[in-house]
Design a protein around this ligand. Structure first.
Ligand code: 2HG
Ligand code: ZN
Length: 473
């Protein structure tokens, strides 16, 4: 455990609301990961209110080799913000650093502190007739610092890029306490190594991001949203191509959803129903959204591109949202499929990426591989097919016990990730590595890449106090 005098000193750096101790109080909000599968321990949680305080905390922790786990909204899917079991670490939670420091409408940029909730950033941008396009299921509770640290993906990557592509500059506290003010809001800055990109996606292992300058975009004036019933799995690629071409490349989301997910959502989640006039659920659906700037154009564009897709035998049916309520229902269904799988039974998850053109091959090959080692397994592949990113989730066989199913987890990960590797893909597309995929790093990353990463880690954090055990074990 961390010695009491260290704890007392660290507490003295913040105000009376700036810390919580492990004294019987329920700290699960900070100690349990978002999938409720990993629970860590801590001696102290600090809630600094400004960058200078973060700097003082880090200076002290560096000097005394105290391990630090940075945390935002604690929504990591890979245990990225969960401390280990030893209790020998402190958590620095950025939730009280939640100010929008500036919006520069003409520069299409905004500076937000790390603890700002993603949804707040979206709506502040909208108040200035701008779009901040990062959007994901956890947007009501995840914080922008965590989004950057994990280089989160989400629903609009196809059009606007990953989080990494939405950042102009960052402010960060280094493991030794130094403050790096890299809050430039420039589109062009060719002055040596782009250090912000090392911290973005570093999952809190290289420093603590305290604020970011974010790229904003014009606010689309109109959107059209449709649920499309595909003729078969391969048709998703044909529909994506048609949608991009016939909409002037205005596709902002393109999400694949299998019949099992629609059925489970209808069964387990209130206020969900099949998005088509008639059942049963088609084997494969795509939730397609296009957005643009000319009023009334998107709806007509959607109608005509779906007509073409229908004539070419790519889709069998489609429903276009007629108003905001219907659009919300369609997106509600997309969110419900995640919840439904949790309610149904145990699940084993993957967050993989392959080239977009290889998605159907991946789904078929992974299906064969998992069925070979687990009879009756129910593949539940869904997600961001427009980015080649599939959540290849697996549901427990109906007649199998939960424990027996979860015992197969490592074997199932291996066969799925082997298929991914053979297709030149990635075992983590948007959730990161955290503490649950460090073995995959060893198996699938080249020795050259791993050695370089270790050298970078040593250069930034020679005492190995920043979120150790994440990314590189
Ligand atoms: C999504 O796309 C999230 O809904 C979560 O990335 C995926 O929990 C999952 O499997
Ligand atoms: Zn996702």
């Amino acid at each position: 455990m961390i010695e009491t005098h260290h704890i007392e000193y660290l507490k003295s750096l913040v105000d009376e609301n700036g810390w919580r101790e492990n004294n019987g109080e329920d700290l699960s909000q900070w100690l349990l990961d978002s999938r409720a599968r990993i629970e860590g321990k801590t001696s102290l949680i600090l809630f600094p209110q400004n960058t200078e305080t973060v700097s003082k905390i880090m200076t002290y922790c560096h000097e005394h080799k105290i391990v630090v786990v940075p945390q935002g909204g604690n929504t990591s899917r890979v245990g990225g913000a969960t401390p280990d079991q030893s209790g020998n670490s402190i958590i620095i939670c950025l939730s009280r650093m939640n100010q929008i420091r500036m919006i520069d409408k003409e520069n299409y940029s905004m500076i937000a502190e790390a603890g700002t909730i993603l949804q707040t950033i979206q709506s502040k941008a909208e108040d200035s007739e701008r779009l901040f396009p990062l959007s994901l299921g956890a947007e009501g509770s995840c914080m922008i610092g965590g989004n950057l640290a994990s280089n989160a993906g989400g629903l609009n990557v196809l059009r606007y890029g990953n989080t990494r592509d939405l950042v102009l500059g960052i402010e960060a506290v280094m493991p030794n306490g130094e403050i790096w003010n890299g809050l430039r809001s420039l589109r062009k800055d060719n002055t040596g190594y782009d250090l912000k990109h090392l911290l973005i996606g570093s999952e809190g292992t290289l420093g603590i991001i305290t604020a970011a300058s974010l790229r904003l975009f014009p606010l689309p004036k109109e959107r059209a949203t449709a649920f499309c019933a595909l003729s078969d799995l391969d048709s998703c690629l044909k529909l994506l191509a048609i949608a991009r071409e016939l909409s002037g490349d205005s596709v902002s989301s393109f999400e694949l959803i299998p019949d099992i997910a629609l059925d489970m959502a209808c069964e387990h989640v209130d206020n969900t129903r099949l998005p088509y006039a008639e059942g049963p659920a088609p084997e494969w659906s795509v939730l397609l959204e296009i957005s643009g700037f000319t009023k009334d154009q998107m709806q007509t564009t959607m109608e005509s591109l779906l007509e073409t897709a229908f004539e070419e035998g790519i889709i069998m049916d489609a429903s276009i949202a007629q108003n905001d309520t219907q659009r919300a229902d369609f997106w509600g269904m997309r969110e419900a499929i995640v919840e439904a799988q949790i309610r149904e039974s145990a699940s084993i998850k993957h967050d993989i990426a392959v080239p977009v053109s290889s998605v159907p091959t991946f789904i078929r090959k992974a299906g064969e591989a998992v069925k070979e080692i687990c009879k009756g397994i129910r593949p539940y592949p869904f997600g961001h097919v427009g980015d080649g990113n599939i959540h290849y989730n697996l549901s427990q066989p109906k007649d199998m016990d939960k424990v027996a199913f979860l015992e197969k987890e490592d074997d199932l990960h291996k066969v799925v990730h082997d298929v991914v590797a053979n297709l030149n893909g990635s075992f983590s597309a948007e959730h990161g590595v955290g503490q649950i995929k460090t073995e995959e790093m060893k198996s699938y990353k080249s020795a050259v890449e791993l050695a370089l990463m270790k050298k970078i880690k040593q250069a930034f954090d020679p005492n190995n106090i920043m979120n150790p055990g994440k990314i590189l074990s």
